[in-house]
Design a protein around this ligand. Structure first.
Ligand SMILES: Nc1ncnc2c1ncn2[C@@H]1O[C@H](COP(=O)(O)OP(=O)(O)O)[C@@H](O)[C@H]1O
Ligand SMILES: Nc1ccn([C@@H]2O[C@H](COP(=O)(O)OP(=O)(O)O)[C@@H](O)[C@H]2O)c(=O)n1
Length: 231
């Protein structure tokens, strides 16, 4: 900037949705870090409430039982892309929410309308408090949580690429079993009545199958910068 005056960068809200393994978390964290934005992992919030249900012995086959206690756990999400944190009733659950048990139970819990209403409210208040702007990733951010987001991205990738990425993370996991589990979770998340996994009509779709993570990040950063420049 001429004469060294501080440049005022307009605040921006970016919604990144898509199925599992498409690169939402890695892309969102990197984009937020590059642009100095806050970051919110909404999947971690659904995982956290699921962890609480499992830990407290709630019958996950009974949506009424889940709904009755949906307001009980206090979930607090950090928004620093360099150190995403999540606690339930003051307990750090960033490790426990990634277990196989939580992963296989989360779609049943996240389908319950009372759970979604509670978590959606929390997400909106976090986004509203992020003064410099935020990247929010999930399944229904562009369609339901933040329908007025400045930029909406919908990431996709082939089931094979997604399964290879996920089984790479879960060292030694069988790729075919991982693929089946991913597809089962996608089907449950896409077919639920309340706020299913879906691409918003005004979202930009990016197929990441043959792109490196760096290429996806570059693509999203460019889209954000274009938005900010008013293009
Ligand atoms: N474009 C890409 N190419 C290769 N690997 C990727 C790409 N994007 C993400 N990954 C890797 O795939 C795995 C899943 O990515 P993640 O960001 O957690 O996906 P999601 O949040 O959509 O489930 C991670 O190990 C990540 O490093
Ligand atoms: N906005 C969101 C985000 C996640 N979820 C639920 O939370 C689960 C876990 O999300 P996640 O983003 O951690 O999943 P991965 O893509 O990391 O495997 C999803 O399978 C959905 O059931 C949701 O319903 N709505």
């Amino acid at each position: 900037m001429e004469n060294g005056a501080a440049r005022t960068v307009p605040s921006v809200i970016v919604a990144i949705d898509g199925p599992s393994g498409t690169g939402k978390s890695s892309t969102s964290k990197a984009v937020a870090a590059r642009l100095g934005l806050s970051y919110l992992d909404t999947g971690a919030q659904y995982r956290a409430i699921t962890w609480w249900m499992v830990t407290n012995g709630i019958d996950l086959d009974d949506p009424t039982a889940i709904a009755a206690v949906a307001g009980k756990p206090e979930i607090v999400s950090g928004t620093d892309p360099a150190a995403p944190a999540i606690t339930v009733d003051g307990v750090d659950v960033s490790g426990p929410i990634r277990t196989q048990e939580v992963t296989s139970s989360v779609s049943a819990v996240s389908a319950v309308p009372e759970v979604r209403a509670r978590i959606t409210e929390l997400q909106r208040s976090i986004a509203a408090a992020a003064e410099g702007g935020i990247v929010v990733e999930g399944r229904d951010i562009g369609t339901t949580v933040l329908p007025d987001a400045d930029l909406k991205i919908f990431l996709t990738a082939s089931p094979e690429a997604r399964a290879a990425r996920r089984s790479g993370e879960l060292q030694g996991a069988d790729v075919n079993a991982t693929r089946e589990a991913l597809l089962k979770r996608d089907a449950a998340d896409s077919s639920r009545k309340t706020s299913p996994l879906a691409k918003a009509g005004d979202a930009v779709e990016v197929d990441t199958t043959d792109l490196t993570l760096a290429q996806v990040v570059e693509c999203v950063v460019t889209l954000v910068e274009e938005k900010r420049a008013g293009k």
